[in-house]
Design a protein around this ligand. Structure first.
Ligand SMILES: Nc1ncnc2c1ncn2[C@@H]1O[C@H](COP(=O)(O)OP(=O)(O)OP(=O)(O)O)[C@@H](O)[C@H]1O
Ligand SMILES: [Mg+2]
Length: 585
């Protein structure tokens, strides 16, 4: 696996990691060069004091004073430049990589089918976008350039030291590869543990998020204690995993660092033996000891951070999961003939190979007509609405708009033709105005207000402290169900698309409001393809066509009068509702 794949990097990111490694190596080598300078200065000084020859005949002290000053200055400049660039690539540009990655992931999310969101929990996705990217960012900026730089520095230093004395080189350099091998050896054991820790942490945040989202239900059912205990248990499990992983990592990393430092002892030992035998002069040993005392520093640093690299592998694998998922793609070219919505023998299951929710569903919702989908709860009405605008793809058969198979059209392009009011209205923590304007970006204030008025929003907005400029809280928490629904209707009216899907759009409205909103709707819906889903028969009585679903199949379809005359499921539902209208408690 390439570095790019392993760490889910972008091309730019790979280039920066490489440049970071190069500059880190150069900076390390320049630092060693400083040790070399000290060594030559010492050897010259000794030569002058004892009257002998300096090492390699290089006599630094024989240089004129300005040349010496220039040498030291030049060294300082080179060191500064190398450190500056190493810093820039480790801490500067590399942070932009996380920005690129988040944008890449978000772009991907835009195009992933909804089935992906059904399978992955919301907390899980947020964790990937925020925490996983951050974990990787730290690994790219601090660990990868440092580690690769340490490899390269060690290799260059080994060659340079071998030129002085190959035996001492072996005595000092063996510990680096052994320490690394040790760490990579235990990685196979460490990585599953890190993955487990990650998943345990994730489960905890999922639980906490769930508890916060469902706080109303948890309190209403007197389940607070039970739920807290539930969360405590998962926190404890996560803690146990984390402590275990930290302990094992700590032992391994410290073990590797001890092995690394053993190199200093073996250099001293081997050097003393060689000097005693006269096979090596004291100055060479001195030089080795100076270099060896410095050479472990970058490696030491890299070893300390290597555990992070291992956890970054887990994080990048989760990020790769986004990229391996097939996209809901389609062409941008979309030229429908009219806007009839046609279902042809459509079958559908929410999960691959799962239970079929729709089977052999065929009907046409014509342009300029109102088609009502009715049927018992769970019969697949909302599912039909979702398939028609390609929020999900049909498993078999074909859904077409104006004769064009929706499966061939880019979902974003297709949705441009749909105004939808969902059964479960979702609003943003924005102003009333902002929430309605979502229907059509760039709509003028007058257009937004006109849509709001048509959807009967005026009545409750005038009671809000700042009118249309009032923030409505997360998912419109400050509004009633019916008020939320009216905002959603206004949004759809503002969009003014040729196909309108209304899924229980007026179910939470009182009779007076419903009548008014329906009047506005019927004016604005003229000439469009309208699909209405409603449980109240009163709402669908005036539809041009009724499609009755039962258990995911079309039980009957036709005009309301035809279906009443047939005396089937529709007629039965109408009769039952009329009877229940007379009920009293
Ligand atoms: N996201 C989903 N994942 C898996 N199954 C789902 C999903 N949404 C709905 N279902 C299942 O599909 C079936 C049809 O659901 P659908 O929402 O289409 O029913 P409906 O006719 O709109 O019902 P209602 O009148 O209660 O809104 C149900 O059995 C439901 O359990
Ligand atoms: Mg529904």
């Amino acid at each position: 696996m390439s570095v790019k794949e392993k760490y889910a990097l972008t091309d730019e990111g790979v280039r920066n990691v490489k440049l970071g490694a190069v500059w880190t190596t150069l900076a390390n080598l320049v630092v060693f060069g400083g040790s070399g300078l000290i060594f030559f200065a010492m050897s010259s000084l000794m030569a002058h004091l004892t009257g002998g020859e300096p090492w390699g005949g290089i006599d630094l002290l024989a240089l004129p004073a300005p040349a010496l000053v220039a040498l030291v200055l030049a060294y300082g400049v080179v060191l500064f430049v190398c450190e500056r660039f190493a810093y820039y690539y480790q801490y500067g540009v590399i942070y932009k990589e996380s920005g690129r990655q988040r944008i890449g992931l978000a772009e991907r999310l835009r195009k992933l089918p909804l089935s992906f969101f059904g399978r992955r929990d919301l907390a899980d996705l947020t964790e990937t976008l925020m925490t996983d990217v951050k974990t990787c960012e730290h690994a790219y900026s601090h660990v990868l350039p440092e580690l690769y730089g340490a490899y390269a520095t060690m290799a260059v230093a080994a060659v340079a030291l071998a030129c002085f004395d190959w035996r001492l080189m072996l005595a000092s350099m063996w510990s680096g590869p052994v320490a690394l091998a040790l760490l990579f050896g235990v990685r196979a054991k460490l990585q599953p543990l890190m993955r487990k820790t990650r998943m345990a942490g994730l489960r905890t945040s999922e639980r906490i998020q769930e508890a916060l989202e469902c706080v109303r239900e948890v309190r209403a059912t007197n389940q607070v204690d039970r739920y807290l205990e539930h969360i405590n248990r998962s926190v404890d499990a996560a803690e146990r995993c984390a402590v275990k992983a930290e302990l094992i990592t700590g032992v391994c990393v410290n073990g590797a660092q001890i092995v690394l430092r053993l190199g200093f002892a073996t250099t001293l030992l081997a050097g003393a033996l060689l000097v005693a035998e006269g096979a090596c002069d004291f100055l060479t040993l001195f030089c080795f000891l100076i270099v060896v005392s410095r050479i472990y520093a970058p490696f030491d640093q890299a070893l300390m951070l290597i555990a992070e690299l291992f956890s970054a592998r887990t994080a990048s694998a989760r990020m790769r999961g986004f990229y391996e998922e097939p996209l809901a793609e389609g062409g941008a070219a979309y030229a429908p003939h009219g806007h009839d919505v046609t279902f042809e023998h459509v079958g559908f299951a929410y999960e691959k190979g799962g239970e079929k929710v729709l089977e052999d569903v065929s009907f046409t919702a014509r342009e300029g007509e109102v088609t009502a989908l009715v049927g018992p709860s769970g019969s697949g009405k909302s599912t039909c609405a979702r398939l028609s605008c390609r929020l999900w793809d049909a498993s078999s058969g074909r859904v077409a708009v104006g004769g064009v198979d929706v499966g061939t059209v880019d979902p974003e392009v297709l949705l441009g033709d749909f105004s939808v009011v969902f059964q479960d209205v979702l609003l943003f923590d924005d102003t009333v105005m902002g929430n309605i304007r979502l229907g059509r970006r760039g709509a003028t204030d007058e257009e937004v207000l006109a849509a709001a008025r048509a959807a009967n929003c005026d009545e409750f907005v005038s009671r809000l402290p700042e009118g249309y400029g009032t923030m409505i809280g997360e998912n419109g928490a400050r509004l009633s169900g019916g008020e939320r629904q009216r905002i959603s209707i206004a949004r759809a009216l503002l969009k003014d698309a040729p196909i309108v899907l209304l899924d229980e759009a007026t179910a939470s409205l009182d009779v007076e409001n419903e009548t008014q909103v329906q009047q506005a709707l019927s004016r604005l819906l003229a000439g469009k393809t309208v699909i209405v889903i409603a449980h109240r028969m009163r709402t669908v009585e005036s539809a041009d066509k009724i499609v009755v679903l039962e258990g995911g199949r079309v039980a009957e379809q036709g005009s309301p009068a035809e279906l009443m005359a047939r005396g089937g499921l529709f007629a039965r539902m109408v009769r039952l509702q009329r009877e229940s209208a007379n009920w009293t408690l």
